[in-house]
Design a protein around this ligand. Sequence first.
Ligand code: F0G
Length: 462
Amino acid sequence: MNKQEKRHSWAEPYKIKMVELLKMTTREEREAAIIEAGYNTFLLRSKDVYIDLLTDSGTSAMSDRQWSGMMLGDEAYAGSENFYHLDDAVKKFYGYKYVIPTHQGRGAENIISKILIKPGDIIPGNMYFTTTRLHQELAGGKFADVIIDEAHDPDNEFLFKGNVNIEKLESLIKTAGARKIPYIALATAVNMAGGQPISMENLKALREVSLNHGIKIIHDMTRVAENAFFIQRNEEGYSDKSVSEIVLEICSLTDGATMSAKKDALVNIGGFLAMNDPDIYEEARNLVVVYEGLHTYGGLAGRDMEAIAIGIEESVNDDHIRARIGQVEYLGDLLINSGIPVVKPIGGHGVFLNAKKFLPHLKQIAFPAQTLAAEIYVDSGVRSMERGIVSAGRNKDTGEHNFPNLELVRLTIPRRVYTQAHMEVIAESIESVYSNRENIKGMKMIYEPKYLRFFQARFEKL
Ligand code: F0G
């Protein structure tokens, strides 16, 4: 592998110069905290959490270069210098022609959905994401899952479980008609499948379909660098290319992108919408003023845009991404070696526990993943997140629960934040919950919000 032959370890290409002290809690304190939180890890106070694996979103450690960039914020209402740095970084590292900053990823999703989707449209994609699908629905569209079947099987070890099932997509285009399909929602490093990558070969095939039918590809590029790393390591013909080159190639096969810069791009807040089409850019520039702010700040401070610009460059560095995924795989291997059921292969941004197998005595309607996340928190103060029936919400037409195949607990690893010893504490805790699994009882939902219910739902032990 390029530039890395001499070092076998994934060890971090940075050292620590500032630390944040954590409170160590007792089991009794954690039991009280989780009841107070309605058994929903989203409702815990972070001061009561020891190792926070709720999300990799906005939780990364910024570099000294990013922090120094924060001091160079040009807080002008219009035409901030930092906007132009962001614009340059998006052009240079992602290759998109136009960029509009947004307060975070869902701000970009809102704008592109409003511009491209008409009521009755269908938006095919490689698995749903919660906020993305909701914005598609709010714009009057309907999401259609066209990811390969392997992605719904946590035990299938195919290396590119983020791939699109091209036949499924073709047949959807045939029955619905290309005019009903404004774009294909293409995610790299598919979050809900477990951070699973799409291969370049599949993306090229998808591009052909898109060009043949005149259907755009809008790229959810939130974790594109992680996807590029898997292509570099596992796809023929890419081992000599840098992650940066692969990222550019991925973006070149798409028409535009929504980005939550809170993930790959190593910042605590921010996102953007990017595209190549000047007409869409013009509409987006108009709409962003309504929902986010002027097109040169989109709800962000100048300093935030500067930190994103610098973070983008750091995020596509080969050594950075190798260490990032190396750490995730280190945790994954510890769990696999202890016989814990996890989604395989280990994905880019976290390890996903298979709650159906972990707690086989619980029916899905007793919320096994929600239950397991609460148990892990009580055991050790490690906070994880449900990605199963609660996250999947209800069917838009029938109002029934969606029952996804994947009933998962996500252990999401923030970038550049925790150490190898922390990974060991996490593994030990999950092993201890696993050895006590037969005594774990399920839950019922006692409060259910209308939108994105997983964030604020409350539960009670059965
Ligand atoms: N797309 C993907 C693939 C995401 O993972 C997220 C956020 C978004 C879009 C929305 O971006 O949060 O900046 O508005 N995912 C977070 C997570 C919340 O924990 O997975 P946002």
